[in-house]
Design a protein around this ligand. Structure first.
Ligand SMILES: Cc1cc2nc3c(=O)[nH]c(=O)nc-3n(C[C@H](O)[C@H](O)[C@H](O)COP(=O)(O)OP(=O)(O)OC[C@H]3O[C@@H](n4cnc5c(N)ncnc54)[C@H](O)[C@@H]3O)c2cc1C
Length: 643
């Protein structure tokens, strides 16, 4: 596109974001007709075409004998606007966004409207990679050795999963000033990983300041995460590359065994009670209700909130809660009981004498078209540092710091859901400011996902319960993080900027001496919100009596032919941004499934029972399955038999 065309797209998206109203439920998917239409069998049905769902669909459909159906509630999104990382935040306030918010909180998000934290998730093929920050990070290697212990399955050790990380990756060193540990990176994988160029001024300062504090400058995806770095991003030539584009789009037209059905909302898993076996799913699409059956597995990849929601709607969840909702209990499992999220404080602004380069939108867009510049990274972020607080007993990072150049903006207030008075006070008299975000990436607190009712079109109830652990550990870590921001400001490098904190006392914290420890504790409870790194709602483990929902091979305890393989299964934090790890989880799930079913196996049931779920006129003789279609591309076509 031209600069002018991009400017037009930006105008439209800005207007849309301004007018965005958070949906209260998912009733847009409710069917007028509840009579169930059977559409026959697939080998595998994948529920949710997000990050994990796209990878699993890509890998399983490599086996031509298997036919795969992906049911995705959203659409195929292909606006060029979505590729401009600098506008990522606007996508959270668009039709692509599920619009979830937490229930009112008592320990965090106090400075946000209704004391509610945003719980952004995207719908559409590619899932939340359609709108996220595209930071590529894998976490601390020792995390995965711990996962091997938790699951009693050595195949999860770092040594064993490193090849899976590498398999997905096509790493390109764009910024030669940054260290790379090549042994840890993959080349030729489906996902492009790169760095923003050119390195901006703040990132250089940030790295310099951290090295003055004794930090290593390193490749955080190498042998250790601890140290300062610049972000690795899964963009391609500076543009967003969502996981559907990376993993499925290049292959789908060659795979008649793969069907992607968009605008399809799964409401329930069919479970055969005598056998305790998942046999298919129920979904709605364009006002009608359908059933599809599986000859092998139902694979849930509907994300950290909706995977547990679907399980609970199907009778798999905490018994008391399901009974309260009037749902027949099939398996009493602690689904949704260990929701993990990282608290993130973005409100520490520091005034500097830094001369920010004068940038015009036209110039930025011309740079973007060349694959460079400030619009190629989300949220105006620069450097990143992972550190270990004094409270971290193992060798994990529990603090992440991110530098950002920010201006005060009405959009930020709407995006994050700030109470205006909190936002104004946090900015105070700061000007020409930078922000150093403090992020606790290994918190002890956990929250819950529960049903609001037995109605599948209600939003789930999300309670992050951030910074609520009884020992006050998470608060202590965050407070140490605040102190370290001020230590960074004391380094010779940052002193050249003449940094000065000019925030005003926050409403609700005036009773504490300004900038005392008690004040900062209050400040953190008001300004920390959810980092969008949610995980662990259906954790993997050895024993369901200890809260595990799936075993190390992704199978739900006590229900046959049912798999969960997305961010929900992460049993602990991996210290940071989760997508890299979710891609690995999905690669491992596909490998595990492939090892469980002989590849040459074809089910007779498919041949006899399989009904054509698409346009009849596209079937040519000799095709066992209809040619691949995106169902949303042709549902307007009336003279053919569609459903
Ligand atoms: C604003 C934001 C910024 C982020 N930035 C980063 C970052 O920079 N780096 C990083 O690593 N992570 C980031 N994340 C987190 C990351 O995007 C998610 O952790 C990741 O996408 C989760 O993958 P998933 O496969 O579990 O779920 P998703 O990618 O969310 O996919 C779930 C899919 O299931 C579909 N679905 C849900 N319910 C149903 C249903 N009932 N029927 C049919 N389909 C359904 C959804 O529409 C969606 O497409 C960010 C998240 C947000 C919100």
């Amino acid at each position: 596109a031209s600069v002018e065309e991009l400017k037009r797209l930006i105008d439209i998206a800005t207007l849309e974001a301004d007018a965005y109203e958070f949906p209260r439920d998912s009733r847009i998917y409710k069917a007028k007709d509840e009579k169930i239409i059977d559409i026959g069998f697939y080998d595998f049905v994948i529920v949710g075409g997000g990050v994990a769902g796209s990878v699993i669909a890509s890998r399983l459909s490599e086996i031509r004998q298997w036919n795969i159906l992906v049911l995705e509630a959203g659409k195929i999104e292909n606006s060029e606007f979505n590729q401009i990382m600098g506008y990522a935040a606007f996508l959270s306030l668009s039709d692509m966004s599920w619009g979830f918010r937490s229930v009112p909180q008592t320990t965090a998000c106090l400075g946000f409207v209704n004391q509610s934290c945003r719980a952004f998730r995207a719908r559409g093929m590619g899932g939340t990679s359609l709108m996220n920050g595209a930071v590529y990070e894998r976490g601390m290697p020792s995390t995965f050795d711990e996962w091997a212990e938790i699951t009693n399955d050595p195949s999860w050790s770092y040594e064993n999963i490193l090849p899976l990380f590498k398999r997905s990756e096509d790493f390109h060193l764009r910024n030669p000033n940054t260290p790379v540990e090549w042994n840890y990176h993959g080349r030729g994988g489906l996902l492009n990983v790169e760095q923003k160029i050119p390195q901006d001024f703040l990132a250089s300062l940030f790295l310099q300041g951290h090295s003055e504090l004794g930090s290593d400058i390193r490749d955080y995806n190498g042998r250790s995460q601890l140290g300062a770095s610049i972000f690795q991003l899964y963009t391609k030539n500076g543009r967003r590359q969502n996981v559907y584009e990376a993993f499925l789009q290049p292959v789908e037209h060659r795979r008649p065994n793969l069907h992607i059905m968009t605008e399809s909302y799964v409401t329930k898993i069919d479970i055969q009670r005598m056998m305790n076996e998942a046999t298919g799913v129920i979904f709605t699409r364009h006002g009608k209700t359908y059933r599809v059956k599986t000859t092998k597995d139902v694979i849930l990849t509907a994300g950290v909130f909706q995977t547990p929601q679907i399980l609970m709607l199907s009778g798999i969840g905490p018994m008391e809660h399901l009974q309260e909702m009037g749902i027949h209990v099939i398996r009493d499992l602690e689904v949704g009981s260990q929701l993990k999220e990282d608290p993130l404080c973005q409100a520490i602004y520091v005034t500097t004498n830094m001369t920010k380069p004068v940038e015009t939108l036209d110039q930025n867009l011309r740079d973007f078209l060349r694959g460079e510049g400030s619009l190629t990274q989300a949220y105006s972020t620069s450097g990143v540092a992972f550190q270990r607080s004094q409270f971290e007993e193992k060798n994990y990072a529990d603090l992440e710091f991110i530098a950002a150049t920010l201006d005060k903006s009405d959009f930020d207030v709407r995006y994050a859901g700030w109470k205006n008075e909190t936002y104004q006070a946090a900015w105070g008299e700061n000007s020409n400011a930078i922000a150093i975000n403090v992020h606790n990436v290994n918190p002890r607190s956990s929250g819950t996902v529960r049903l609001n009712s037995a109605d599948p079109f209600d939003h789930p109830l999300i309670d992050f319960n951030l910074m609520s652990d009884s020992e006050g550990h998470d608060m202590a870590v965050l407070y140490e993080g605040v102190r370290r921001v001020f230590d960074l400001m004391q380094t010779p490098t940052f002193q050249t900027l003449n940094p000065d904190y000019r925030g005003n006392p926050l409403p609700g914290c005036e009773q504490h001496e300004f900038l005392s420890k008690e004040y900062w504790y209050c400040f953190l409870r008001h300004t920390c919100t959810a980092a969008n790194h949610v995980r662990g709602s259906c954790p993997m483990g050895k024993d369901p009596r200890e809260g595990a929902i799936v075993d190390s091979r992704f199978r739900v305890f006590g229900v046959r032919r049912l798999i969960v393989a997305d961010s929900s299964v992460m049993p602990t934090s991996m210290s940071g941004h989760p997508t890299g790890t979710i891609l690995m989880i999905a690669e491992k799930a596909a490998d595990t499934i492939k090892s469980q079913y002989p590849h040459s196996h074809t089910s007779e049931a498919i041949r006899s029972d399989y009904r054509i779920p698409s346009r009849v006129d596209t079937i040519k003789s000799g095709y066992r399955y209809p040619h691949h279609h995106h169902f949303n591309h042709y549902h307007h076509n009336h003279n053919t038999r569609t459903y």
